[in-house]
Design a protein. Structure first.
Length: 267
């Protein structure tokens, strides 16, 4: 693990497959923010090209101060890692919050982004999204992280996957609790999501973009991805029939193949 200072915040990251050829790819996690959640993509891709994974500010082994959270700041953390590693350009694959970070990277740092895959993400905090995440924040601050995690497990995951992989789910939840951030920090990270809205600028993106979603995602419904595909010039849209918000884990091999083909075309 390495650490870089990004605007006064220490950001923990890892580079896998550093000796491999090709354009590096960043796998950028969702709201839990921790690099471990990217391993089902990072490990296989690291056999082919350099892969960078990191803990968002406020999560994992990164620093957890108060008052430093916005999607723009999270995007600047990726650039700080690139600068520290001497990476001029990289592919960005972001899931959920990572997809919002990828949007900002395409807009604010277009010369640093080779391509972007925006997966199970959103365009703005519409009434459905706002109700959901305001409720999450209320649960977090009243009944705590563990209860919130148990509730969100039923929305983030495909129902059939939960029924068939319950022991794996419990193991995953245990690991998340071991690395959980203070509730006040997680609450500020939720506020950052609720403040995110780049709809007015999405048409300015000129980076090659793939947009990927699931029809039964009830966290970031597929209509957000459809909206993005209509606005971003040349964006490619792929929607899985099911798999929930974590469809990229349910259909790991198929998702990885889809992303691999997209990256290869834009190396």
């Amino acid at each position: 693990m390495a650490v870089v200072n990004s605007g006064g915040v220490q950001i923990a990251y890892e580079v896998l497959g550093a000796d491999k050829p090709g354009v590096p790819v960043f796998f950028i996690a969702g709201l839990n923010g921790m690099r471990q959640s990217c391993l089902k993509q990072a490990v296989p891709f690291s056999k082919e090209r350099p892969v960078v994974i990191h803990d968002h500010r406020g999560t994992g082994a990164s620093a957890k101060p108060l008052g430093v959270y916005s999607v723009a700041a999270m995007a600047s953390d990726v650039i700080a890692i690139m600068d520290a590693q001497g990476i001029d350009r990289a592919h960005m694959v972001g899931t959920s919050t990572g997809g919002a970070i990828a949007q900002v990277l395409c807009l604010d740092y277009p010369d640093r982004v080779q391509s972007a895959a925006i997966c199970c993400s959103w365009t703005w905090p519409d009434p459905f999204f706002r109700r959901q995440f305001e409720t999450r924040k209320q649960l977090l601050l009243t009944v705590g992280t563990e209860v919130l995690m148990r509730v969100t497990s039923t929305t983030l995951n495909d129902p059939r996957w939960v029924a068939e992989h319950f022991d794996e789910l419990l193991e995953r939840e245990s690991g998340l609790m071991d690395r959980a951030s203070p509730p006040a920090v997680d609450a500020e990270r939720i506020d950052a999501l609720l403040a995110f809205d780049e709809r007015a600028r999405l048409a300015d993106i000129r980076t090659p973009v793939a947009i990927v979603a699931s029809r039964n995602d009830v966290v970031c419904p597929a209509y957000f991805s459809e909206q993005m595909a209509q606005i971003i010039p040349g964006a490619e849209l792929k929607i899985w029939d099911d798999g929930g918000h974590f469809f990229y884990l349910v259909y790991q091999d198929a998702f990885n193949a889809h992303i691999r083909e997209f990256l290869t075309r834009h190396d």
